[in-house]
Design a protein around this ligand. Structure first.
Ligand code: SF4
Length: 177
């Protein structure tokens, strides 16, 4: 999964393309006009001219963007700004959006330049071994709070779903490579 900015949408998300939508604009690969992420009863519209990749899995979708940066949470919403157009001005819509905002509960994680930037992964001080374990998955609540979920708990009841942190010793620890 390579793109300057990758947004992993929440479980249950799917890519929706309106193939019939006509446009004279040149659009990159996966981003024709009418590309949405569908989640529950919401259609999330995207700055399609900035999309450079999409990855569809069984239960969710990730979208990659160029020329966009994550600038943090503004007014309770994850906020992204267009910092550079990927195509020449004449190929782009004059009505293109400069800011994208998303509800935090729509999103599982945000990566910039290959590094997770939201939710902020727990530090070694705060999480102990879970901070660097393959089986730890950072999840976020609808209010934006981050927790570490132990994925071993799905198959082994000895592992708590949400371990008490910091974890100082664990027989299941598997350091991320
Ligand atoms: S296996 Fe242990 S160290 Fe790894 S995430 Fe689970 S509780 Fe944390």
């Amino acid at each position: 999964m390579t793109a300057p900015l990758v947004i992993e949408f929440a479980a249950g998300s799917a890519l929706l393309r309106e193939h019939d939508r006509k446009s004279d604009l040149t659009i990159l690969r996966n981003g024709p006009p009418g590309t949405f992420v569908h989640l529950g009863d919401v259609h999330i519209s995207l700055p399609t001219d900035q999309i450079v990749m999409s990855e569809e899995r069984a239960d969710s979708v990730s979208m990659g963007f160029g020329g966009m940066r994550f600038v943090g949470i503004r007014d309770g919403r994850l906020t992204f700004q267009r910092v550079r157009d990927l195509r020449p001005e004449e190929e782009l819509s004059p009505d293109r959006s400069w800011t994208m905002t998303l509800e935090p509960h729509w999103v599982a994680a945000i990566h910039e330049d290959g590094r997770q930037v939201w939710p902020t992964p727990p530090s070694v001080d705060a999480a102990g071994l879970c901070a660097s374990c393959t089986y730890a998955k950072v999840i976020t609540s609808s209010r934006g709070s981050a927790f570490s979920l132990c994925q071993r708990s799905a198959t082994d009841p000895e592992f708590p779903r949400y371990p008490a942190l910091p974890m100082r010793a664990c027989r299941g620890y598997d350091p991320r490579g």
